[in-house]
Design a protein around this ligand. Structure first.
Ligand SMILES: Cc1ncc(COP(=O)(O)O)c(C=O)c1O
Length: 390
């Protein structure tokens, strides 16, 4: 990314003058297609949610071209909030699908809800509980049999990459979060990138322009009459594409496979270490992330928010809290592959020490954080009386 040819390239350059950039994008599309099992990949969406919107627009465009865009989209109750938002922006009514006691989607539930009014099922695998949807293929078959599509939310691809290809087990279109799975930090404050993979059937509707290779040169093809059009100015968030490309090249296929294994091992290690100290709502092995909650600490009047604030005193950025919504007081811990055993142990030790404080000196947690520049903010007042200017 630091090479002048990449960092200094002006968005208004002609295709002729940015052959290297186009080649990188062209190859990255092929790598992502190989990793995910999709026929084609489009790099332009700027975030996971933007990829969702793009994918759902493509599904709507396809169905419209067939004569009926349909009315509804099925979305599990464990889904990320961006899923229903994306479907709603595409004018679909949302039909929630209840997860079963194992935290998975039951094919019978889909059987009951699926009909010719349903355009798609948006499904995350592994889901936001970190649990692999074992019936994914069966569910996809039910949806396909009624002419619907599977939109796979691929934000959690770092649990599958190098092991399972969503495009080969029934997904029709999926976004990648390059800012989760492919090196750019998630929530790092900078831009992300949410490319989508899709099957050939949906590809005529993909955003323009499409990078094509002709006579040994790369060109931008905008002549796609059925395309949903442009979704992003210029060439997406190009820096993230360069970073993902470098990461994939650096790791290689075996490296990516090992990253997945480490991410899964790390999440399960944390789950096992915290089990008993914190309540684990779904007592089964997870993939890349684990969920615990504050059920045990509630008896001392301590809530997830207090635990998260106290973690800051121990020097940790708290994990995502109160999500997924189907777990009251959830703490979603996603260590990724990058943390080593010592760091995982230090983090677990901190959470276990906090659990002891919750029992013995709960006020310490309720007054946390105490070591930060700002103490705990009054979030209710901040929401009700927002002061938007200094
Ligand atoms: C499961 C899931 N879906 C979708 C998204 C949306 O991605 P983005 O924040 O890039 O819009 C996220 C983000 O974390 C996610 O975890």
């Amino acid at each position: 990314m630091g090479f002048d040819g990449f960092s200094e390239s002006h968005p208004f350059l002609s295709a002729e003058a940015m052959q290297g950039n186009l080649e990188l994008c062209f190859q990255l599309e092929q790598y992502l297609a190989e990793i995910s099992g999709f026929d084609q990949v489009c790099l332009w969406p700027a975030a996971g949610s933007h990829g969702e919107l793009t994918g759902m627009l493509i599904i709507r465009a396809y169905l419209t071209a067939q004569g009926n865009p349909r009315k509804k989209v099925l979305i599990p109750d464990s889904a990320h909030g961006t899923n229903p938002a994306s479907a709603a922006i595409c004018h679909y009514d949302i039909v929630p699908v209840k997860s079963n006691a194992d935290g998975e989607i039951d094919p019978h539930e889909i059987e009951k809800l699926m009909n010719e009014d349903v355009a798609a099922l948006m499904i995350t695998n592994p889901n936001t509980l970190g649990i692999f949807e074992e019936n994914f293929k069966k569910i996809a078959d039910i949806v396909h049999a009624k002419g619907g599509f599977i939109y796979a939310d691929g934000a959690n691809l770092n649990a599958l990459m190098g092991v399972v290809k969503p495009g080969k087990i029934g997904a029709d279109v999926m976004h990648f979060n390059l800012h989760k799975t492919f090196a750019t930090p998630h929530g790092g404050g900078g831009p992300g990138a949410g490319p989508i993979g899709m099957c050939d059937k949906l590809a005529p509707f993909r955003p323009t322009p499409v990078i094509v290779q002709k006579d040994g040169k790369f060109a931008l093809d905008g002549n796609r009459p059925q395309s949903i059009g442009r979704v992003k100015a210029f060439w997406g968030n190009f820096g993230m594409l360069v970073r993902a490309y470098a990461y994939i090249r650096e790791c290689g296929s075996l490296g990516l496979h090992n990253i997945t294994r480490m991410a899964v091992l790390n999440a399960n290690y944390i789950r096992k270490r915290l089990e008993g100290t914190y309540h684990v709502p779904y007592a089964k092995p997870v993939l890349h992330e684990c969920i615990v909650n504050d059920k045990i600490q509630n008896q001392y009047g301590v809530k997830t928010l207090d635990i998260a604030k106290r973690l800051m005193d121990y020097g940790y950025h708290p994990p995502t809290v109160y999500f997924p919504l189907i777990v009251p007081g959830a703490m979603m811990i996603e260590p990724t592959e990058t943390e080593n055993k010592q760091l995982l142990d230090e983090f677990c030790d901190a959470l276990i020490a906090i659990a002891n404080e919750a029992k013995e000196t709960p006020d310490v947690l309720k007054n946390a954080p105490t070591k930060t520049f700002r103490r705990r903010l009054d979030e209710t007042r901040a929401a009700r009386e927002p002061k938007l200017r200094a």
